[in-house]
Structure formats: structure tokens, C-alpha cells
Design a protein around this ligand. Structure first.
Ligand SMILES: Nc1ncnc2c1ncn2[C@@H]1O[C@H](COP(=O)(O)OP(=O)(O)O)[C@@H](O)[C@H]1O
Ligand SMILES: [Mg+2]
Length: 507
């Protein structure tokens, strides 16, 4: 007999409905899965066979054919176990076989237990949109699934429990959504607090400005001056995430299997700091079945590249296009997938191989050609995409032992939040969230400097020899500085501060 059961696949970041057709016919015993399955799906045969036997059911000794439709969609991973098992039990008359509006997701273990499965959130979201009334998910993932409202989530502990439910013997109770999970407020900040960083007032201010407008930032300075420490304070001053942003990030972490099961909702902006040995695919995404890379994991948050020149030319070049488009497309022979990657780039580097070029106290031991070769590792075009350049000199002894606590992250974060609120209102109805995302039209509309600042702008253009892109970046940065000051217009002080963040080296 032929039966059909519905399940879901992941394509890029979205789900796609898959129909599991099971046909059981007389003949030599066989069990085949067709419809572009990968090895993990092929292995489902062994898991499903054992799970059915160990759940008090019978595995039919006949000719079983499973077709996963549509056939042109690549099926990967073990999430098809549960729907295949249900299809076989229906087809062999062990479960009522009428068509239903259920969707089944989950990997089986040999004893019939249902295991944690990746990508539950986007799959359940699709099921809801497609009008499925009930979704059966692994009980470990029920909290994640319940983030989607508008469909009934039934957490499945084991195949045996599901069989009892479908036979009407013992119902599985729907999982109730826990609203407190969804709040993006009040999440404890991670990482060090700004008050732990002594001195470096200039760098702290630069971090505040960058966080306020979502601008890219690069820090240079000798080893041990606190660049890494400063970058790690960023999560504590970043603006809170809007619920839609949090949901986007959660989807990404769900399909990569990185969601912690005790907190299935990403409430804070991601902070990713990949090591410079990370592969190209690890950084921008890729693989045989494309997976998001670090730039996508940093979506709506920060990508921190420590020791920037060590990343190498190719890796840094590969960031240029995604930084511009906020999406990255990975092409494969049969299909393309697109992942979002709207992040704030923060880089840290020494000014030269020994680290002391330009240091007032310690002499640099590098030859001029070594210095320029080192700095050239970071390409001009990437530099052109940076907004805030900040020098982080070594801290003086007096500052380091000063018992005065500087301003803490909490009050800085309040100012950042207020500046973001201004931007939220400004960009209402568009897809933009921050000043950094403005295009030429918005720069023209929102970033006119007032009369007093015109002269400085013109002088800066001529003297600093800014490219058109750099010119726009200065204006956007000025806009953010004005927003932080609660000012509608951009005046000469705002512009002057923005110009301070242009690089003094490499030009
Ligand atoms: N400004 C500072 N205030 C307090 N501690 C600092 C400061 N700068 C550096 N440190 C201490 O030195 C350590 C190394 O700093 P780090 O941020 O790794 O330097 P860098 O990345 O510039 O080489 C930090 O973990 C911290 O303990
Ligand atoms: Mg460091």
C-alpha cells in the first residue's frame, strides 16, 4: 500500500516541504530510499529498522520503497528518520493511514528515542505558513519549535510514544510557548565591562560611536595595549536586538546546530571572533551542502578579526562583496543559496611586525619596507570599507594603577540605545536599521552638514584626498555622532570628530 507523510528540508536558511512516499509491495525483502538522499539519509534505513523493532512494532519483511519528493531537492541529514518510520507503520497497517495535516521532524536512535535535530525553527515556521495544524518535533527541540506561533507543537520523546498518540491510546500534550524566552531585554551582558579598561578614553569613545551607528572599526597599537580587551567589551554596549532581528539570528543558529538547548532564542547580538587560521568556507560559508560561515553567524552583530593582517589577503578580499551587499551567495552546480551577513566588522592589528612602529617609548625594529609590506596585507579596498580608525597606544603606568573606575558599560549602552532609537525612527518603513547602512540617496537626504561645517568639509576632501566612498563614510559617521549628541543637524564639531577617525597611516 502507498502512503504519504510530510516532512521538511532546509535549503539555505529556509525550509522546503518534502513528501515521504512509502510503498510496501510483495516481493523479496528490500528497503530502498530514492529521491536524492545523502549518506546520512541512506543510513536512515538502519536506524528506522532498529527503532521500529525496538518500539514494539513490526518491521515489514517485504519490498519497501521510500521516495522523497520533490526529487530534485538534495536531502541531507538524519531528520527524515521519524517521517520514514511513520510512513512505514502507516503503509503496513500498524497506524491509521488516512491523510492528515501533520508534519514530522526528527532523528531516531536505535532504541526508538527521538533525538535533537538541527534547523527545527525554520522548518516549523514553514509548516505554520503552509497551514500544517500539528508539528511533531523531538522533545529536546520543543522549546525552539514553540517560538513559532500558530501551529500546535507536539514534543516526541520516542517512536513508541508517537505510535500510542497516533493510535489514540495516549495523547502527547502540546508544548506551550514560554513568552519570557522571547524577550530581548534584560539579557545579562557578556564579556568584560568598559570600566575594566583603564585609560584609552579615545578608543572607548570610538567604540561607542561605532556601536551607535553600526560602523566598521579598526584598532592599531602595540601588543598588550588592550585592543583585544576593548573589542571584547563591545557586546556590553551594543544596542538590544529588535525581536525580528533576534528571530533572524536564531534561525541561523538553529540550522547550524549552535543553539544552546537551555536558551533556544538568541537574545543578544552575536559576537564572533574567528581565529586567523579559519578556512575560507569557515569564514564566508560553503561546503558540499552549503553551511553559513562566521560572517553569517555574526549577522546583526559583530565580526571581530583579531590580528587582522594574519588573515591573509584572500580571506580579507572575500569579505569585500558580502560587506557591501549584506548577503553572501554560495554557488553549487545545481543550486545557489544565499545567507544574510549584515555585521559590524571590528579589526585589531599591530602597526608593524614587531608592533612598536610609531610608539613613543619603544623603538620599532622593523625596516620601512617591512612596515609597509605588513600594512599592505590589508588591501586598500577593504580599508576603504572601514569607518573608524583608532590608535590604541600603550597605557601609562599612572592610568593602569589609577583606582578610579571609568564609566561603566551600562550608561554607555543607554546612549547607544538612544542614538539607535533616532535611527529607528529615521529609517522606519525601510529595511535599514542603522546609519552605516545608508546608500547614496539617504546620505544626500539625511547627512547634509550645516553651513558652519561646509568649509571644513571642503578642506578635508582636498587635503585628505578622500575617495567618494570615504567621503560618504565620513558623512554617515558624522550623522551618528550628531545622533549621539541628540542633534538634528550636523555641525562642525560632529564633522571634526568624524574626520579624526580617518587613518593617519597608509595614506
Ligand atoms: N587599558 C587597559 N586596562 C586594563 N588592563 C589592560 C589594559 N590594556 C591591557 N590590559 C591587560 O593586558 C591584557 C592584554 O591586553 P590585550 O587586549 O590582549 O592587548 P592587545 O590585544 O592590544 O595585544 C589584558 O587582558 C588586560 O589584562
Ligand atoms: Mg590582542
Amino acid at each position: 500500500m502507498l502512503t504519504k507523510v510530510k516532512t521538511c528540508a532546509i535549503v539555505g536558511l529556509e525550509g522546503a516541504i518534502v513528501e515521504v512516499e512509502v510503498d510496501i509491495s510483495p516481493g523479496l525483502p528490500a528497503f530502498n530510499i530514492v529521491g536524492l538522499p545523502d549518506t546520512a539519509v541512506q543510513e536512515a534505513r538502519e536506524r528506522v529498522r532498529a527503532a521500529i523493532r525496538n518500539s514494539g512494532c513490526e518491521f515489514p519483511v517485504r519490498r519497501i520503497t521510500v521516495n522523497l519528493a520533490p526529487a530534485d531537492l538534495k536531502k541531507e541529514g538524519p531528520a527524515y528518520d521519524l517521517p520514514i518510520a511513520v510512513g512505514i507503520l502507516k503503509s503496513s497497517g500498524q497506524l491509521p493511514s488516512e491523510e492528515d495535516t501533520h508534519l514530522y521532524l526528527g532523528e531516531l536512535s536505535l532504541d526508538g528515542g527521538v533525538r535533537h535535530t538541527r534547523g527545527i525553527l525554520p522548518m516549523v515556521a514553514l509548516a505554520r505558513d503552509e497551514g500544517f495544524a500539528q508539528v511533531f518535533v523531538p522533545s529536546a527541540d520543543a522549546r525552539e519549535a514553540a517560538l513559532v506561533e500558530g501551529t500546535t507543537i507536539r514534543p516526541v520523546e520516542s517512536l513508541e510514544g508517537l505510535v500510542a498518540h497516533l493510535r489514540g491510546e495516549q495523547a502527547i500534550q502540546p508544548h506551550q510557548m514560554d513568552d519570557s524566552l522571547l524577550s530581548t531585554e534584560g539579557a545579562a551582558p557578556r564579556g568584560p565591562d568598559l570600566s575594566h579598561v583603564k585609560g584609552q578614553e579615545h578608543a572607548k569613545r570610538a567604540l561607542e560611536v561605532a556601536a551607535s551607528g553600526g560602523h566598521n572599526l579598526i584598532m592599531t597599537g602595540p601588543p598588550g595595549s588592550g585592543k583585544t580587551l576593548l573589542a571584547r567589551t563591545l557586546p556590553s554596549i551594543l544596542p538590544t536586538m529588535a525581536p525580528e532581528e533576534a528571530l533572524e539570528a536564531t534561525k541561523i543558529y538553529s540550522i547550524t546546530g549552535l543553539l544552546p538547548s537551555d536558551q533556544p532564542f538568541i537574545r543578544q547580538r552575536p559576537f564572533r571572533s574567528p581565529h586567523y587560521t579559519t578556512s575560507h568556507a569557515g569564514l564566508v560559508g560553503g561546503g558540499r551542502t552549503p553551511r553559513p560561515g562566521e560572517i553569517t553567524l555574526a549577522h546583526r552583530g559583530v565580526l571581530f578579526l583579531d590580528e587582522l593582517p594574519e588573515f591573509g589577503h584572500t580571506a580579507l578580499e572575500s569579505l569585500r562583496q558580502p560587506m557591501e551587499d549584506h548577503v553572501v551567495t554560495i554557488s553549487r552546480a545545481q543550486w545557489n543559496v544565499t545567507f544574510p551577513c549584515n555585521f559590524m566588522l571590528v579589526g585589531a592589528m599591530n602597526p608593524c611586525p614587531c608592533g612598536y612602529y610609531g610608539d613613543p617609548k619603544k623603538e620599532c625594529s622593523c625596516s620601512p619596507s617591512m612596515v609597509s609590506k605588513y600594512q599592505r596585507r590589508i588591501s586598500g579596498p577593504l580599508m576603504d570599507r572601514m569607518d573608524v580608525f583608532v590608535e590604541v597606544p600603550s597605557v601609562e603606568y599612572e592610568k593602569l594603577v589609577d583606582s578610579d573606575q571609568g564609566e561603566g558599560s551600562a550608561s554607555v549602552q543607554k546612549r547607544v540605545e538612544a542614538a539607535r532609537e533616532v535611527q529607528r525612527v529615521r529609517f522606519q518603513g525601510s529595511s535599514m536599521a542603522s546609519n552605516a547602512e545608508m546608500g547614496p540617496a539617504e546620505v544626500w537626504e539625511f547627512c547634509q552638514v550645516d553651513e558652519g561645517a561646509q568649509g571644513l568639509l571642503q578642506a578635508a576632501m582636498n587635503q585628505l584626498n578622500l575617495s567618494a566612498r570615504a567621503f560618504h563614510r565620513v558623512l554617515k559617521l558624522s550623522r551618528t555622532i550628531a545622533d549621539l549628541a541628540g542633534s538634528d543637524s550636523i555641525n562642525i564639531a560632529h564633522l571634526a570628530e568624524a574626520l579624526q577617525y580617518r587613518p593617519r597611516w597608509m595614506e
